[in-house]
Design a protein around this ligand. Structure first.
Ligand code: HSE
Length: 345
């Protein structure tokens, strides 16, 4: 069986997803129990293409990163057609992987809204719709009997949302604390090795870890959105940006980072939230100087880690990749598997 897919945004993540789908169709079917047919792509820079019977994946893989490049494909156009494709294409699943706008959550929120309200499942890696409109979009998905999945927004391909939601269900989680930004962690690691902050950020951008605007990574805004998404999912906390104290790593200097290492410590950007006795939730993002014994002190590079503290289990820590093109594309694949498992389309 096939699911028709529309890719909204065709940057590193959706390109990686297209490559995964193109690799070995038979093996993919054997392992997943379904196949994926990319019927549409729409991207503000590259343009759009809609081929109801499926786009030629070899042509898609070879698409140059040039403005309007989609016009060179059969049925292609130089302009994006996000709304028309989302509402009117034959896609079963819309994969929303456009750039996160951490101030308005748009246009990604509208993309999700259009898809869900026209009866299409959604997988998104975009933190905006979750941080700004999670309840509305969840209600819309329920009303239209479709899936709304977003595993990739908190720790990329490392399955932290489903882990907490499904595998730790009933364990009475009352706190989490984690390294939730791969760029900040990678940058701090390079600075510990003697690089400047500026060079380390450039390197994170080259690796594909950083947001389009890396200030969201280093100022803690990216972690703040992830903390909001996770706290709202775990506890229905209704947190918004106004409820989270947020400080990034921009207040740290190269000297401070190196001095900490000499003391046997590491600076880490920590996002955390805890549920209080009265049911309210307190959340924050800030750099913390951790001694080597701390379970999060040894997490290096773009790796993320999170410790859930629950009444029944105490601390349970999950770590894994928190950023990267293939890693985030895997999160989308895991969303599609969840959509497949929820019911046959
Ligand atoms: N810029 C983010 C990070 C990407 O570095 O963690 C994943 O959300």
């Amino acid at each position: 069986m096939y699911y028709n897919i529309a890719l909204i945004g065709f940057g590193g993540v959706n390109r990686a997803l297209a490559d995964i789908i193109a690799t070995d169709e038979e093996k993919f079917y054997r392992e997943m129990g379904f196949n994926l047919r990319i019927v549409a792509v729409s991207d503000m820079f590259l343009g759009s293409v809609y081929t109801p019977e499926g786009i030629d994946l070899a042509l898609l893989a070879a698409l140059p990163v040039a403005q309007g490049a989609c016009a060179t494909l059969p049925n292609g156009k130089a302009t994006a057609e996000n709304e028309d494709i989302i509402k009117n294409s034959n896609a079963d699943i819309v994969v929303e992987a456009t750039v996160t706008d951490s101030v308005t959550g748009q246009p990604a929120t509208s993309h999700c809204r259009w898809a869900l309200s026209t009866g299409k499942h959604v997988s998104t890696t975009n933190k905006g719709p979750l941080a700004f409109a999670e309840k509305e979009l969840m209600d819309l998905a329920l009303k239209n009997n479709v899936g709304f999945e977003y595993e990739g927004v908190v720790m990329s391909g490392t399955p932290v949302l489903r882990f907490a939601d499904k595998l730790l269900k009933g364990s009475e989680i009352h706190q989490f604390s984690g390294i939730l930004n791969g760029t900040a962690n990678y940058v701090l690691g390079l600075v510990e090795q003697g690089h400047t902050f500026a060079d380390a950020i450039t390197s994170a951008q080259k690796q594909g870890y950083a947001e389009a605007d890396p200030s969201a990574d280093v100022e803690g805004k990216d972690v703040m959105l992830k903390v909001i998404v996770l706290a709202n999912r775990l506890w229905g906390a209704n947190l918004t940006r106004d409820n989270v104290q947020c400080q990034g790593i921009t207040g740290l200097t190269e000297t401070m980072v190196k001095e900490a290492v000499a003391e046997g410590c590491h600076w880490k950007l920590i996002g955390k939230a805890s549920k209080q006795e009265d049911g309210s939730v307190v959340a924050s993002v800030s750099p913390e100087k951790l001694s080597l014994e701390h379970p999060l002190a040894g997490i290096s590079g773009a790796v993320n880690a999170i410790t859930f503290t629950s009444g029944m289990l105490g601390d349970v820590t999950v770590s894994g990749p928190g950023a990267g093109r293939i890693e985030t594309a895997y999160a989308i694949l895991s969303d599609i598997i969840a959509i497949h498992q929820r019911k046959e389309i």
